[in-house]
Every structure is written in structure tokens, then in C-alpha cells.
Write a protein that binds this ligand. Structure first.
Ligand SMILES: [Zn+2]
Length: 423
């Protein structure tokens, strides 16, 4: 009787195991592309062996052990699964629905349903990890979304989530007539005690990162101006880091970026008004930078800009010039485009623009893989080397020759499971 019970329990346990975990244990897989980008450099003629969800070997002379399945990726480049540095799974493009209306009129149920579609689309596009920097009005639903993916309930990238994000009282939208206090896209906080409480609440709700808006468009003419004091941001960093978490700061003004850097944040997002001196300060303090070129580009298009027909708008020109200063400073560059502003699955628009605006293509590929892994402290992924997670993707051709090829995804593997195969 006891044996029958044990067998029953065993059967039940395997039935409850996510499908993904079972398939990852089904023997070794040898991947044979034309070339491998290992997270740092390109190598022609390499093969990669995957076993038990991890990379077992990579190099020019890897042979298949007996019984291994072989997948030939002819004409293709195999890369580490891409790491999206800055996304919003709970947003969809603003030309479909303006941000205000998404926050005010879309129910939490609808937003979660949309997010489950977004994460699947992104995984199929080769994004195997994504840092999600705020639900923008969808509460802490990102924590549950992350966990549902990790439990194998829905397919998606491994998420690093930031919950509601912390905004300064009075600075953030949705803004209406002054007599109405409308729902906000972030958690409002003010003063040292206030930001401390907001940070602790985020930690308690299960975020991986703490996101703070160091500036926002609350100037007298609607222009971006710093919001939190350096002391307030420092308090957020102090509390977050004592819990083992990093802080990301939205900052588009030079002063907001300077304060955030001196306060000890780990990454800065956007950086539109960053001076060379501030980017150098960031480099000196080892602050990573996500330029979000693709968001600015998308917003300009939504406002009617037709590339090649109209002159380049000031916002895009400014972004190009800013990016040059950032490159010159040597700041650690993150591939993070603010996807959600533009369609999920088109994440690599950011990489394409980084190359177009003058960054070395190998450095761009590094930013999207090993570089983001380094900035985010993810030692178990972002590179193709023995022992790391078998999160991989392949594209047709050589993206270091033409970055647009990153859109042409043929193969995706997450934790050793093939989620997309060449046709
Ligand atoms: Zn964002």
C-alpha cells in the first residue's frame, strides 16, 4: 500500500512539473550554426552543446555525445538570448491608445491579458530576459506575471520587475484639472520618510529592482525638471541596497542624472539632456546607461514624422547628439529601448538605432547580451560559455554586418527548451 501511495505521489509530482522542465532534461542538443556571438566576440565555425538546461560546451571542436540531437542552423548566427534592458509589459504602443487612457480606462484584467501576449511575443523574438521598469498603473501585477512565467504557466522571458515605480508627489501623470486627484502611473512619495516607506513597500511586494523617477515633465512650461532631492534618492538607494536590490532612475535632465549618479543608483534611463561631464561622472561611478533611442524615435513618428520625407525632428536630433556624448564618455551602455511605447517583439529596434547612431556593431551585440548581464549583475546568463543557462537565439545571416537581421529570428531556446525552431 505504501509503495502504491509513493508511486501515486511520484506520478502526481511529475504531472505538476512544468512541461518545460521535463523537456530540458531530455538529453543533449548540439547546435551547429555558421557562427556564434558569445556575448563578447564573434566566432566562425563554432558549435554549442546544451545539456540539462545549461550550456555544456562551446567552441570549434565540440562533438555530439552519443544520442544527442543535432540542430543545424545553416547560414545563421547563434547568440545568447537577448536581454531587454528597459521594457513595460503592461503598456502597448501609444498610437493605439494614449498612455493616459491605458492607465485610466483599461481594466487590470485587460492589462494582464495584454501582458501575457506581450511576453510570449518577446520570447519568440529572442528576448529571454527582460527588465520591466514599471507597470504604469497596473499595480504589482508584474510580480505575478514574473512568477507565472517562472512556474511554466505561460511562456515569456525571465523578468526582473520594478512594480509600480516611485514618483515624486505632484510630478507624475495622470494629471487632470487641479481639483481632481486622478490615479497615478506610479507610487507617489515625498520626503525622506515617505521615500523610505515607498521603497520598503516595493521590496515587500516582491520587486527585483526599485525604479525612481529622478525628474519628470513638471516644470512651469511642462518641461522636464528634477523631482526628488539627492538626499531622497540616496535614501531610496540605501534602503534598496540593504535589501540586496539595485535602483534604476528615470532621468532626462542633466541635473536629474547628476543627482541620481551621486545618490548611488545603478542605471539611468533616457538621458536626453546629459552633458559629457555627467556621462563621465556616470562612467566613473559605474552607472549603466539605457539610452531608449527607440522610444524617442517612435514618439516622433506618432507625432507625424515621416523619415526621409520630413526633416529630422529636434527630439531625434538631440538624441543622436546625446548618444555621441555617451559613447565618448565610455559609460557602460545598456540595450534598453522602452518597449511598450512601440510594439513588443520589436525590441531590437533599439539595437538597430544604436548601430545607426554610430556605435560599433559588436559593441551593440555585447550591450544586448553580455553587457546587460554585467550591468544587471546576472552572472548566469548573457554569454555562451559552459555552465551558463542555455538561453539562446539565432538569426539569419550576420547581425554584426547588418543589425536589422536581429529582426529575422529563426531559433529560440530558453533554459534548454526549444521554443522556436527553423522552419
Ligand atoms: Zn520606460
Amino acid at each position: 500500500m505504501r509503495r502504491v501511495l509513493a508511486l501515486l505521489l511520484l506520478a502526481l509530482a511529475s504531472a505538476l512539473l512544468p512541461v518545460s522542465r521535463l523537456s530540458a532534461q531530455q538529453g543533449a542538443v548540439l547546435l551547429r550554426p555558421d557562427r556564434v556571438f558569445d556575448g563578447d566576440a564573434m566566432h566562425a565555425g563554432w558549435s554549442v552543446l546544451v545539456r540539462d538546461g545549461r550550456i555544456a560546451a562551446a567552441g570549434p571542436a565540440v562533438s555530439a555525445p552519443a544520442g544527442a540531437r543535432e540542430i543545424r542552423l545553416s547560414g545563421m548566427t547563434l547568440l545568447p538570448g537577448l536581454i531587454e534592458g528597459h521594457g513595460h509589459e503592461f503598456l502597448h504602443p501609444y498610437d493605439e491608445t494614449p498612455w493616459n487612457d491605458q492607465v485610466l480606462f483599461e481594466s487590470l484584467g485587460e492589462r494582464v491579458a495584454r501582458a501575457t501576449v506581450h511576453v510570449r511575443t518577446e520570447l519568440m523574438a529572442g528576448i529571454t530576459t527582460e527588465r520591466d521598469l514599471g507597470t504604469e498603473g497596473a499595480g504589482f501585477a508584474d510580480v505575478g506575471l514574473r512568477d507565472a512565467i517562472d512556474k511554466g504557466i505561460i511562456p515569456g522571458p525571465r523578468l526582473l520587475v520594478a512594480g509600480r515605480a516611485i514618483v515624486a508627489l505632484g510630478s507624475y501623470g495622470v494629471k487632470g484639472a487641479p481639483e481632481w486627484n486622478l490615479p497615478k502611473g506610479g507610487m507617489e512619495a515625498s520626503g525622506l520618510e515617505g521615500v523610505e516607506k515607498a521603497t520598503r513597500e516595493h521590496i515587500g511586494r516582491g520587486v527585483d529592482w526599485v525604479k525612481v523617477y529622478a525628474d519628470y515633465r513638471w516644470g512651469p512650461h511642462g518641461e522636464a525638471r528634477p523631482t526628488f532631492t539627492e538626499e531622497e534618492i540616496h535614501r531610496i538607494v540605501e534602503v534598496a541596497s540593504s535589501s540586496g536590490r539595485y535602483v534604476s532612475a528615470h532621468a532626462a535632465t542633466d541635473e536629474g542624472m547628476r543627482r541620481a549618479t551621486l545618490a548611488g543608483v545603478h542605471t539611468i534611463e533616457h538621458g536626453d539632456g546629459g552633458s559629457l561631464a555627467t556621462f563621465q561622472l556616470m562612467a566613473q561611478h559605474h552607472v549603466g546607461f539605457c539610452p531608449t533611442l527607440a522610444a524617442t524615435d517612435a514618439v516622433a513618428r506618432y507625432a507625424g514624422w515621416k523619415e526621409g520625407v520630413d526633416p529630422e525632428p529636434a527630439s531625434v536630433k538631440n538624441k543622436r547628439a546625446m548618444f555621441q556624448r555617451a559613447l565618448q564618455s565610455g559609460v557602460a551602455m545598456c540595450m534598453g529601448g522602452d518597449v511598450g511605447v512601440f510594439p513588443h517583439g520589436d525590441n531590437v529596434r533599439e539595437a538597430v538605432l544604436m548601430a545607426e547612431y554610430g556605435m560599433d556593431p559588436i559593441a551593440v551585440l555585447h550591450a544586448a547580451t553580455g553587457g546587460n548581464a554585467d550591468i544587471f549583475g546576472l552572472a548566469d546568463r548573457g554569454r555562451i560559455e559552459p555552465g551558463l543557462l542555455a538561453d539562446l537565439m539565432a538569426v539569419n545571416g550576420d547581425p554584426s554586418k547588418d543589425m536589422k537581421l536581429l529582426h529575422d529570428v529563426t531559433f529560440v531556446m530558453k533554459g534548454g527548451d526549444v521554443v522556436r525552431q527553423p522552419q
